[in-house]
Write a protein that binds this ligand. Sequence first.
Ligand SMILES: C[C@](O)(CO)[C@H](O)COP(=O)(O)OP(=O)(O)OC[C@H]1O[C@@H](n2ccc(N)nc2=O)[C@H](O)[C@@H]1O
Ligand SMILES: Nc1ncnc2c1ncn2[C@@H]1O[C@H](COP(=O)(O)OP(=O)(O)OP(=O)(O)O)[C@@H](O)[C@H]1O
Length: 316
Amino acid sequence: MSLLTDEPLGPRVTVRAPAKINLYLGVAALAADGFHPLTTVFQAVGLYDDVTVSEATEWSLRVVGDPRLDLDAVPTDDSNIALRAARRLLAHHGMEHRAAAMTIHKSIPVAGGMAGGSADAAAALVAVDRALDLQTSDDDLLAIAAELGSDVPFSLLGGTAVGRGRGEQLEDLEDAGGWWWVVVESDEGLSTPAVYRAFDELHAQQGTEPDPHALELPTTLVEGLVNAQVDLVGVTLWNDLQEPALHLRPDLRRTLEDAGSCGRGAVLSGSGPTVLVLCASREEADAAREKLAGLGHERVTAVPAPVAGVHVVEHA
Ligand SMILES: C[C@](O)(CO)[C@H](O)COP(=O)(O)OP(=O)(O)OC[C@H]1O[C@@H](n2ccc(N)nc2=O)[C@H](O)[C@@H]1O
Ligand SMILES: Nc1ncnc2c1ncn2[C@@H]1O[C@H](COP(=O)(O)OP(=O)(O)OP(=O)(O)O)[C@@H](O)[C@H]1O
Protein backbone atom coordinates (compact mmCIF):
# COMPACT_ATOMS: atom_id res chain seq x y z
CA MET A 1 0.00 0.00 0.00
CA SER A 2 2.74 2.44 0.95
CA LEU A 3 4.09 2.25 -2.60
CA LEU A 4 0.83 3.70 -3.84
CA THR A 5 0.86 6.80 -1.61
CA ASP A 6 3.42 8.66 -3.72
CA GLU A 7 1.67 7.78 -6.96
CA PRO A 8 0.11 10.94 -8.47
CA LEU A 9 -3.55 10.46 -9.32
CA GLY A 10 -3.70 13.27 -11.85
CA PRO A 11 -1.72 16.05 -13.54
CA ARG A 12 1.05 17.94 -11.76
CA VAL A 13 0.41 21.67 -11.70
CA THR A 14 2.92 24.36 -10.68
CA VAL A 15 1.64 27.83 -9.82
CA ARG A 16 3.87 30.84 -9.20
CA ALA A 17 2.92 33.65 -6.77
CA PRO A 18 4.70 36.98 -6.23
CA ALA A 19 5.76 38.72 -3.03
CA LYS A 20 3.95 41.96 -2.21
CA ILE A 21 5.08 45.28 -0.83
CA ASN A 22 3.06 48.21 0.56
CA LEU A 23 3.86 51.61 -0.97
CA TYR A 24 1.48 53.17 1.53
CA LEU A 25 0.17 51.54 4.71
CA GLY A 26 -2.16 53.66 6.84
CA VAL A 27 -3.43 51.93 9.98
CA ALA A 28 -6.43 53.01 12.11
CA ALA A 29 -7.32 52.02 15.68
CA LEU A 30 -7.88 48.35 16.57
CA ALA A 31 -11.49 47.35 15.82
CA ALA A 32 -13.75 44.99 17.78
CA ASP A 33 -12.98 42.11 15.37
CA GLY A 34 -9.31 42.11 16.50
CA PHE A 35 -8.06 43.67 13.25
CA HIS A 36 -6.91 47.20 12.39
CA PRO A 37 -8.82 48.86 9.53
CA LEU A 38 -6.30 49.96 6.94
CA THR A 39 -5.79 51.66 3.61
CA THR A 40 -2.86 50.37 1.64
CA VAL A 41 -1.32 50.49 -1.81
CA PHE A 42 -0.10 47.01 -2.67
CA GLN A 43 2.38 46.25 -5.42
CA ALA A 44 3.41 42.75 -6.55
CA VAL A 45 7.20 42.44 -7.04
CA GLY A 46 9.34 40.01 -9.02
CA LEU A 47 10.25 37.64 -6.20
CA TYR A 48 8.28 34.38 -6.31
CA ASP A 49 7.34 31.17 -4.52
CA ASP A 50 6.25 28.16 -6.61
CA VAL A 51 3.67 25.66 -5.38
CA THR A 52 3.42 22.27 -7.14
CA VAL A 53 0.38 20.07 -6.56
CA SER A 54 -0.89 16.72 -7.77
CA GLU A 55 -3.78 14.66 -6.47
CA ALA A 56 -2.66 11.85 -4.15
CA THR A 57 -4.14 9.25 -1.82
CA GLU A 58 -2.71 11.03 1.23
CA TRP A 59 -1.78 14.60 2.15
CA SER A 60 1.92 15.45 2.04
CA LEU A 61 3.95 18.67 2.09
CA ARG A 62 7.58 19.37 1.26
CA VAL A 63 9.20 22.80 1.66
CA VAL A 64 12.35 23.48 -0.34
CA GLY A 65 14.11 26.60 -1.60
CA ASP A 66 16.91 29.07 -1.29
CA PRO A 67 19.17 27.72 1.52
CA ARG A 68 19.77 31.30 2.76
CA LEU A 69 16.10 31.47 3.79
CA ASP A 70 14.95 30.33 7.23
CA LEU A 71 13.10 27.31 5.82
CA ASP A 72 13.00 25.66 9.27
CA ALA A 73 10.57 28.41 10.32
CA VAL A 74 8.03 27.18 7.74
CA PRO A 75 5.72 24.57 9.28
CA THR A 76 5.20 21.32 7.34
CA ASP A 77 2.17 20.25 9.37
CA ASP A 78 -1.49 21.30 9.07
CA SER A 79 -0.65 24.82 10.28
CA ASN A 80 1.04 25.61 6.95
CA ILE A 81 -1.19 28.22 5.32
CA ALA A 82 -0.83 26.61 1.85
CA LEU A 83 -2.05 23.27 3.17
CA ARG A 84 -4.90 25.04 5.00
CA ALA A 85 -5.81 26.75 1.73
CA ALA A 86 -5.90 23.43 -0.13
CA ARG A 87 -8.09 21.75 2.51
CA ARG A 88 -10.38 24.77 2.72
CA LEU A 89 -10.94 24.71 -1.06
CA LEU A 90 -11.77 21.00 -1.04
CA ALA A 91 -14.19 21.56 1.86
CA HIS A 92 -15.86 24.31 -0.17
CA HIS A 93 -16.61 21.69 -2.83
CA GLY A 94 -17.65 19.05 -0.28
CA MET A 95 -14.66 16.93 -1.34
CA GLU A 96 -12.90 16.43 2.01
CA HIS A 97 -12.11 12.82 0.98
CA ARG A 98 -9.65 13.93 -1.72
CA ALA A 99 -5.98 14.76 -0.98
CA ALA A 100 -2.94 16.24 -2.65
CA ALA A 101 0.85 16.07 -2.58
CA MET A 102 2.28 19.59 -2.36
CA THR A 103 5.77 21.04 -2.75
CA ILE A 104 6.50 24.67 -1.91
CA HIS A 105 9.62 26.14 -3.46
CA LYS A 106 10.36 29.31 -1.48
CA SER A 107 12.29 32.38 -2.57
CA ILE A 108 10.24 34.97 -0.63
CA PRO A 109 11.74 35.79 2.80
CA VAL A 110 10.02 33.96 5.68
CA ALA A 111 8.29 36.33 8.16
CA GLY A 112 9.80 39.19 6.14
CA GLY A 113 6.71 41.37 5.67
CA MET A 114 6.43 40.40 1.99
CA ALA A 115 3.44 38.07 2.40
CA GLY A 116 5.34 34.85 1.60
CA GLY A 117 2.82 32.62 3.35
CA SER A 118 -0.05 34.48 1.68
CA ALA A 119 1.59 33.96 -1.72
CA ASP A 120 1.85 30.22 -1.00
CA ALA A 121 -1.81 30.10 0.03
CA ALA A 122 -2.93 31.90 -3.13
CA ALA A 123 -0.76 29.65 -5.32
CA ALA A 124 -2.08 26.55 -3.51
CA LEU A 125 -5.70 27.58 -4.16
CA VAL A 126 -5.12 27.88 -7.91
CA ALA A 127 -2.84 24.79 -8.10
CA VAL A 128 -5.36 22.57 -6.30
CA ASP A 129 -8.21 24.02 -8.34
CA ARG A 130 -6.44 23.17 -11.62
CA ALA A 131 -4.83 19.84 -10.60
CA LEU A 132 -8.09 18.45 -9.22
CA ASP A 133 -10.22 20.16 -11.91
CA LEU A 134 -12.52 21.87 -9.38
CA GLN A 135 -13.50 24.80 -11.67
CA THR A 136 -13.92 27.23 -8.77
CA SER A 137 -15.20 30.69 -9.76
CA ASP A 138 -12.86 33.68 -9.31
CA ASP A 139 -15.31 35.21 -6.81
CA ASP A 140 -15.26 32.06 -4.67
CA LEU A 141 -11.45 31.87 -4.84
CA LEU A 142 -11.22 35.51 -3.68
CA ALA A 143 -13.71 34.90 -0.83
CA ILE A 144 -11.80 31.82 0.39
CA ALA A 145 -8.52 33.77 0.05
CA ALA A 146 -9.88 36.54 2.33
CA GLU A 147 -10.82 33.97 5.00
CA LEU A 148 -7.25 32.62 4.96
CA GLY A 149 -5.48 35.95 5.55
CA SER A 150 -5.60 39.68 4.86
CA ASP A 151 -2.92 39.59 2.15
CA VAL A 152 -4.06 36.45 0.29
CA PRO A 153 -6.59 38.10 -2.08
CA PHE A 154 -3.94 40.55 -3.36
CA SER A 155 -1.52 37.66 -3.99
CA LEU A 156 -4.15 36.25 -6.37
CA LEU A 157 -4.60 39.58 -8.14
CA GLY A 158 -1.07 41.05 -8.38
CA GLY A 159 -0.23 44.31 -10.19
CA THR A 160 -0.80 47.47 -8.16
CA ALA A 161 -3.99 47.86 -6.11
CA VAL A 162 -5.57 49.78 -3.26
CA GLY A 163 -6.55 47.57 -0.32
CA ARG A 164 -9.12 48.60 2.26
CA GLY A 165 -10.80 46.91 5.24
CA ARG A 166 -8.20 44.35 6.36
CA GLY A 167 -6.60 44.68 2.90
CA GLU A 168 -9.02 42.25 1.26
CA GLN A 169 -11.25 44.91 -0.40
CA LEU A 170 -9.25 45.49 -3.55
CA GLU A 171 -9.41 48.05 -6.31
CA ASP A 172 -7.01 47.95 -9.25
CA LEU A 173 -4.82 51.06 -9.49
CA GLU A 174 -3.55 52.56 -12.72
CA ASP A 175 0.23 52.22 -12.63
CA ALA A 176 2.22 53.47 -15.61
CA GLY A 177 5.60 52.76 -14.03
CA GLY A 178 8.13 50.04 -14.63
CA TRP A 179 9.62 50.24 -11.14
CA TRP A 180 12.72 48.68 -9.64
CA TRP A 181 13.06 47.90 -5.94
CA VAL A 182 16.06 46.83 -3.94
CA VAL A 183 14.98 44.36 -1.25
CA VAL A 184 17.18 44.30 1.88
CA GLU A 185 16.44 41.16 3.87
CA SER A 186 17.10 40.57 7.54
CA ASP A 187 18.55 37.50 9.25
CA GLU A 188 15.62 37.23 11.63
CA GLY A 189 11.88 37.50 10.94
CA LEU A 190 9.26 39.67 12.67
CA SER A 191 5.82 38.46 13.76
CA THR A 192 2.96 40.41 12.13
CA PRO A 193 0.63 40.24 15.20
CA ALA A 194 3.53 41.42 17.44
CA VAL A 195 4.10 44.49 15.22
CA TYR A 196 0.37 45.39 15.28
CA ARG A 197 0.45 44.99 19.10
CA ALA A 198 3.48 47.30 19.27
CA PHE A 199 1.50 49.84 17.17
CA ASP A 200 -1.28 49.78 19.84
CA GLU A 201 1.19 49.90 22.75
CA LEU A 202 3.13 52.86 21.37
CA HIS A 203 -0.09 54.86 20.98
CA ALA A 204 -1.19 53.89 24.52
CA GLN A 205 2.21 54.92 25.97
CA GLN A 206 2.13 58.25 24.13
CA GLY A 207 -1.55 58.84 25.04
CA THR A 208 -2.40 59.29 21.34
CA GLU A 209 -5.03 57.79 19.07
CA PRO A 210 -4.13 56.48 15.59
CA ASP A 211 -4.89 59.21 13.05
CA PRO A 212 -8.24 58.47 11.28
CA HIS A 213 -6.87 60.39 8.24
CA ALA A 214 -4.48 57.45 7.79
CA LEU A 215 -7.35 55.77 5.94
CA GLU A 216 -7.31 58.46 3.24
CA LEU A 217 -5.45 57.38 0.13
CA PRO A 218 -2.58 59.85 -0.52
CA THR A 219 -3.40 61.58 -3.82
CA THR A 220 0.27 62.39 -4.48
CA LEU A 221 1.15 58.70 -4.50
CA VAL A 222 -1.68 57.91 -6.93
CA GLU A 223 -0.51 60.81 -9.13
CA GLY A 224 3.07 59.50 -9.04
CA LEU A 225 1.94 56.01 -10.07
CA VAL A 226 -0.42 57.17 -12.82
CA ASN A 227 2.24 59.46 -14.31
CA ALA A 228 5.24 57.19 -13.62
CA GLN A 229 6.98 59.91 -11.55
CA VAL A 230 9.56 58.03 -9.55
CA ASP A 231 10.60 60.92 -7.30
CA LEU A 232 7.00 61.69 -6.37
CA VAL A 233 6.40 58.04 -5.48
CA GLY A 234 9.72 57.97 -3.60
CA VAL A 235 8.85 60.87 -1.28
CA THR A 236 5.31 59.58 -0.67
CA LEU A 237 6.26 56.09 0.54
CA TRP A 238 4.77 55.63 4.01
CA ASN A 239 4.22 52.82 6.48
CA ASP A 240 2.44 53.26 9.84
CA LEU A 241 4.00 49.97 11.04
CA GLN A 242 7.54 51.27 10.57
CA GLU A 243 7.88 52.91 14.01
CA PRO A 244 6.39 49.90 15.88
CA ALA A 245 8.71 47.55 13.95
CA LEU A 246 11.71 49.78 14.80
CA HIS A 247 10.61 49.68 18.44
CA LEU A 248 10.88 45.87 18.34
CA ARG A 249 14.01 45.86 16.17
CA PRO A 250 16.09 49.03 16.77
CA ASP A 251 18.86 47.61 14.52
CA LEU A 252 16.61 48.26 11.50
CA ARG A 253 17.13 52.01 11.96
CA ARG A 254 20.62 51.66 10.50
CA THR A 255 19.34 49.53 7.61
CA LEU A 256 16.76 52.23 6.83
CA GLU A 257 19.43 54.96 7.01
CA ASP A 258 21.69 53.02 4.63
CA ALA A 259 18.73 52.33 2.34
CA GLY A 260 17.84 56.04 2.38
CA SER A 261 21.33 56.89 1.11
CA CYS A 262 20.55 55.28 -2.28
CA GLY A 263 17.62 55.35 -4.70
CA ARG A 264 14.55 57.61 -4.56
CA GLY A 265 13.05 56.59 -1.22
CA ALA A 266 13.19 53.84 1.39
CA VAL A 267 10.50 52.23 3.53
CA LEU A 268 9.87 49.17 5.68
CA SER A 269 8.01 46.40 3.85
CA GLY A 270 4.63 45.62 5.52
CA SER A 271 5.24 44.48 9.09
CA GLY A 272 9.00 44.17 8.37
CA PRO A 273 11.85 43.48 8.86
CA THR A 274 12.58 43.65 5.09
CA VAL A 275 13.54 47.15 3.90
CA LEU A 276 12.86 48.47 0.39
CA VAL A 277 14.61 51.05 -1.78
CA LEU A 278 12.80 52.53 -4.80
CA CYS A 279 14.99 52.98 -7.90
CA ALA A 280 14.39 54.62 -11.28
CA SER A 281 15.97 51.88 -13.40
CA ARG A 282 17.61 48.48 -13.33
CA GLU A 283 21.04 50.21 -13.46
CA GLU A 284 20.19 52.40 -10.47
CA ALA A 285 18.94 49.32 -8.59
CA ASP A 286 22.14 47.39 -9.37
CA ALA A 287 24.25 50.32 -8.13
CA ALA A 288 22.15 50.56 -4.92
CA ARG A 289 22.48 46.80 -4.40
CA GLU A 290 26.26 47.02 -4.67
CA LYS A 291 26.43 50.03 -2.35
CA LEU A 292 24.31 48.27 0.28
CA ALA A 293 26.42 45.10 -0.02
CA GLY A 294 29.50 47.29 0.52
CA LEU A 295 27.88 48.66 3.69
CA GLY A 296 27.66 45.10 5.04
CA HIS A 297 24.10 44.10 4.07
CA GLU A 298 24.38 40.48 2.99
CA ARG A 299 21.02 39.63 1.47
CA VAL A 300 20.16 42.30 -1.07
CA THR A 301 18.22 41.71 -4.32
CA ALA A 302 16.93 43.97 -7.13
CA VAL A 303 13.40 43.17 -8.40
CA PRO A 304 11.02 44.70 -10.96
CA ALA A 305 7.41 45.75 -10.28
CA PRO A 306 4.52 45.60 -10.84
CA VAL A 307 4.22 41.94 -11.84
CA ALA A 308 1.24 39.61 -12.36
CA GLY A 309 -0.52 37.77 -9.55
CA VAL A 310 -0.64 33.96 -9.32
CA HIS A 311 -0.21 32.15 -12.63
CA VAL A 312 0.19 28.57 -13.80
CA VAL A 313 3.75 27.89 -15.00
CA GLU A 314 3.48 24.13 -15.63
CA HIS A 315 0.61 21.71 -16.18
CA ALA A 316 1.99 18.24 -16.91
C1 LIG B 1 1.07 43.98 7.44
C2 LIG B 1 0.31 43.49 6.22
O1 LIG B 1 1.10 42.52 5.53
C3 LIG B 1 0.08 44.68 5.28
O2 LIG B 1 -0.37 44.26 4.00
C4 LIG B 1 -1.03 42.86 6.60
O3 LIG B 1 -1.85 43.80 7.27
C5 LIG B 1 -0.88 41.59 7.41
O4 LIG B 1 -1.56 40.60 6.73
P1 LIG B 1 -1.44 39.05 7.11
O5 LIG B 1 -0.02 38.69 7.41
O6 LIG B 1 -2.18 38.30 6.04
O7 LIG B 1 -2.17 39.02 8.49
P2 LIG B 1 -3.38 38.10 8.99
O8 LIG B 1 -2.93 36.67 8.95
O9 LIG B 1 -4.63 38.47 8.32
O10 LIG B 1 -3.45 38.60 10.50
C6 LIG B 1 -2.51 38.21 11.48
C7 LIG B 1 -2.74 39.05 12.73
O11 LIG B 1 -2.25 40.38 12.51
C8 LIG B 1 -3.11 41.36 13.12
N1 LIG B 1 -3.72 42.20 12.09
C9 LIG B 1 -3.66 41.86 10.77
C10 LIG B 1 -4.22 42.68 9.80
C11 LIG B 1 -4.87 43.85 10.21
N2 LIG B 1 -5.43 44.68 9.34
N3 LIG B 1 -4.92 44.18 11.52
C12 LIG B 1 -4.34 43.38 12.46
O12 LIG B 1 -4.39 43.69 13.66
C13 LIG B 1 -4.17 40.56 13.88
O13 LIG B 1 -3.68 40.36 15.18
C14 LIG B 1 -4.19 39.23 13.13
O14 LIG B 1 -4.64 38.16 13.92
N1 LIG C 1 3.71 28.59 3.57
C1 LIG C 1 4.28 29.32 4.54
N2 LIG C 1 5.36 30.05 4.29
C2 LIG C 1 5.92 30.83 5.26
N3 LIG C 1 5.48 30.85 6.53
C3 LIG C 1 4.40 30.15 6.84
C4 LIG C 1 3.77 29.35 5.87
N4 LIG C 1 2.71 28.77 6.46
C5 LIG C 1 2.70 29.18 7.73
N5 LIG C 1 3.72 30.01 7.99
C6 LIG C 1 3.98 30.69 9.31
O1 LIG C 1 3.61 32.06 9.14
C7 LIG C 1 4.61 32.94 9.68
C8 LIG C 1 4.63 34.23 8.81
O2 LIG C 1 5.10 33.87 7.54
P1 LIG C 1 5.17 34.85 6.28
O3 LIG C 1 6.43 34.49 5.56
O4 LIG C 1 3.91 34.79 5.53
O5 LIG C 1 5.30 36.26 6.98
P2 LIG C 1 5.18 37.72 6.41
O6 LIG C 1 5.77 37.73 5.04
O7 LIG C 1 5.78 38.62 7.43
O8 LIG C 1 3.64 37.95 6.31
P3 LIG C 1 2.85 39.29 5.94
O9 LIG C 1 3.72 40.13 5.08
O10 LIG C 1 1.64 38.74 5.21
O11 LIG C 1 2.52 39.91 7.26
C9 LIG C 1 5.91 32.14 9.62
O12 LIG C 1 6.77 32.51 10.66
C10 LIG C 1 5.43 30.70 9.75
O13 LIG C 1 5.45 30.29 11.11
